[in-house]
Design a protein around this ligand. Structure first.
Ligand code: GTP
Ligand code: MG
Length: 701
């Protein structure tokens, strides 16, 4: 059995998962309350400003909703006590066995998750009750937290890949459209010379140093107390100085890098290339059912397993969720019939090894969707064709169809399949399909999706129409396009940076009771194989690759685009952290807290002011941040500066800003590595801006 995560949350007995009873309107934001300082410091806890859960003082982000602790509060009460930026709880051997960490099921999967808030139906649960439910969820959670999950940095682990962030997202249509158009292409390639701390050197002596490839004025800002915090935090990371395993690192120009022969794929080796495919869309549109059905049709779920899912789901009065159960593994997900975390499964099409990233659709779990979908090369946007359901997904404030489409576009995904599901519920009506295509098509164009990169497919996951063969139902005889699997094969392969130095953002870390540690994630550039030396950032330790696993199978080489678990040795497991990056030893990723960004403030978002405190998200890293400077406003069409040093940026405006993070993160300029250079800025559970890193103002060395 694949590992099943049970949060042990007490569910509302009266919870009814009928579609109409779901509370799409439930807004955690309604509970927003600025914590008083007293609230914050009492009993060694701090109160989350969003869900009001009282977190232990050692937590840097809310254990329930993942919202980062207010930096201003942290400065006063937290940093002094902080002993390490991240905390790991190694799973017990029993946990690992019971969770099947090393099992090799055919459709072995990993779950990407973390956000643990209960889905509170507001029709039944009032505001306070909802908060209570969240809190009790957390309490029972901690007492059941024996699943081998790391929950630092908002990241929880499961079998292979587990990541997570927090809070809801609301963005509106036009915003991401302009964002997508406003991509930044900085000139780069200049050599960066940095010296990482060497063995025996105290990490506290590490000082910020201006990056040599800075372009204009790198006016470094001094912020009260930050130097101290930075130094002490670096010290607390017990970096390479303690491990004695670091090396002097001289970052070389990437232009000088010459990949070895084995790093480049040979056609003959494997005719299938890897496709990381995000399944996204509004809640209950049928994403998990569709994924489960595909896995079953393609033999990744055996008949025996399917019978078991059918029997168990029926027994629980959830017969219609039988296929979804293959993806929704946790008791809570199954009980509620809602996906909370991203499930990672694998299937093969004619052309691709497909990594299926089945995302949650409910708005409470958008952060989970974000961190999973950052790995996507392409996406299937699932639409519920039923009357009223498509419309609910398109709702500007509550629907996730628009939001997911915007998000995946801003992740750089430009080819999608729109799977118009549940066509059985509308008698396979061509008119309904055409209406959906017309309305959603207009919106997708506004998000900068080209018509030629969008494939529209009417289908029914439940009735198995148009999935892996042409439809048999005569009511679909009007459709003459490809079936779903065919359309997946029609995706253009993503270009991969095989010939660049290794870069793998770590989305998850698995530690075994025997002390083995595996870093999981998608290689964004380069390649590794057993025996390779890798630089583990930000600890700057060198580790050796002991083995590699893809789809629960050992493999000898992983290259750019592959989604793998890399078993490392020669490193303290505590130095491998989600949000970190595995790099080529001679080409370290930047580690910085002072960044210049080009951002677009989303439609409907609150203005960004000088000094605004925000949550910063990049690949699998998140950190509290402060706007240190708004350098200029930009014309969103031409990119030209329209105003220098404005006081604020309002919705739909683009600007160049400088951000100072509470703690440094592994990051790259967008021009150097797109996946490591995309950022999202959020506050109070909403994404307020998307953008890219244009300059690393100060790099820590
Ligand atoms: P979240 O992950 O929570 O956002 O939901 P989801 O999009 O994964 O939906 P899920 O697969 O859990 O299915 C939700 C409900 O829709 C279940 O009751 C399914 O049986 C039903 N469903 C899924 N596909 C179809 C379909 O093709 N036709 C009909 N009539 N119902 C479907
Ligand atoms: Mg689902």
């Amino acid at each position: 059995m694949p590992r099943k995560v049970n949060y042990g949350i007490d569910c509302d007995d009266g919870y009814d998962d009928d579609y109409d009873d779901y509370d799409y309107g439930y807004d955690v934001e309604e509970n927003v309350k600025e914590p008083s300082l007293q609230d914050t410091i009492k009993r060694g806890v701090w109160r989350c400003s969003v869900c009001t859960y009282d977190n232990d003082d050692t937590m840097s982000s809310c254990d329930i909703c993942g919202i980062l602790r207010s930096p201003s509060v942290r400065n006063g009460t937290y940093d002094e006590k902080r002993t390490a930026p991240f905390k790991f709880d190694a799973p017990s051997p029993d946990d690992l066995v019971s969770n099947g960490l090393h099992s090799s099921e055919q459709h072995a999967k990993a779950k990407i998750f973390d956000f643990k808030s209960s889905r509170a139906p507001s029709s039944r649960v009032g505001k306070n009750e909802a908060v209570k439910e969240l809190s009790s969820a957390k309490r029972s959670d901690s007492s059941h937290d024996s699943t081998g999950k790391d929950n630092h940095n908002g990241i929880v682990f499961s079998k292979n890949l587990e990541i997570n962030t927090s809070s809801g997202f609301k963005a509106s249509d036009k915003s991401s459209a302009s964002m997508a158009k406003g991509r930044v292409e900085d000139s780069d390639g200049r050599s960066v010379s940095i010296n990482m701390c060497s063995s025996g050197q105290s990490s506290s002596s590490l000082m910020p140093k201006e990056r040599t490839d800075m372009v204009e004025d790198g006016s470094s800002l001094t912020h009260g107390g930050e130097g101290h915090n930075l130094t002490s935090n670096l010290k607390n990371m017990t970096l390479a100085a303690k491990s004695g395993n670091s090396k002097d690192i001289k970052a070389n120009s990437r232009a000088q890098y010459k990949p070895e022969k084995w790093m480049l794929p040979e056609k003959a080796e494997d005719s299938l290339t890897q496709l990381n495919l995000a399944i996204v869309g509004h809640v209950d549109s049928g994403k998990s059912t569709l994924s489960g059905r595909l896995l079953h049709l393609l033999g990744r779920i055996s008949q025996k397993e399917m019978h078991k899912y059918e029997k168990e789901s029926k027994l629980q009065g959830k017969g219609s969720f039988a296929y979804a159960w293959a993806l929704d593994e946790s008791a809570e997900e199954r009980e509620r019939g809602v996906t909370m975390t991203v499930a990672v499964t694998y299937l093969d099409s004619k052309r691709y090894h497909v990594v299926v990233l089945d995302s949650p659709g409910h708005k409470d779990f958008v952060p989970n969707m974000i961190t999973g979908a950052t790995q996507a090369d392409a996406a299937i946007l699932v639409i519920d064709a039923s009357i009223g359901s498509f419309e609910a997904g398109m709702d500007g404030t509550k629907g996730q169809t628009r939001e997911h489409a915007q998000l995946i576009r801003s992740f750089g995904v430009d080819q999608i399949i729109v799977a118009v599901n549940k066509m059985d519920a509308v008698e396979y009506s061509k008119d309904r399909f055409d209406l959906i295509k017309s309305q959603l098509g207009t919106f997708l164009r506004s998000c900068d999706f080209k018509d030629s990169s969008v494939t529209w497919i009417p289908l029914s996951a439940v009735e198995n129409q148009n999935l892996v063969v042409a439809p048999s139902d005569v009511r679909l005889s009007w459709y003459h396009g490809p079936y779903l699997l065919d359309a997946i094969d029609s995706f253009q392969p993503s270009s991969r940076d095989f010939s660049k130095p290794l870069l793998m953002p770590i989305c998850d870390v698995i530690k075994s009771s025997q002390g083995q540690v595996s870093a999981c994630g998608k290689l964004e550039a380069g390649a590794v194989r057993s025996g390779s030396k890798v630089l583990v950032m930000p600890s700057a330790d060198i580790a050796i690759v002991r083995s590699l696993e893809r789809d629960s199978q050992t493999c000898s080489i992983a290259r750019a685009g592959d989604n793998v678990a890399i078993n490392l040795h020669g490193i303290d497991g505590n130095h491998v952290i989600a949000g970190g990056v595995l790099c080529h030893p001679d080409f370290p990723v930047a580690f910085a807290k002072h960044l210049e960004l080009k951002v677009l403030v989303l439609d409907g978002a609150t203005p960004i002011l000088m000094g605004s405190q925000l949550e910063f998200y990049a690949h699998h890293a998140k950190e509290a941040a402060r706007v240190a400077r708004i350098s200029s406003l930009l014309d969103s069409k031409t990119g030209k500066v329209t105003k220098k040093a404005p006081r604020c940026i309002v919705a739909k405006q683009s600007a160049v800003i400088e951000l100072v993070l509470q703690e440094p993160v592994c990051i790259e300029m967008f021009s150097k590595c797109k996946a490591l250079g995309r950022v999202f800025l959020r506050t109070l559970g909403r994404t307020v801006a998307v953008g890219v890193v244009t300059r690393i103002v100060e790099e820590l060395v």
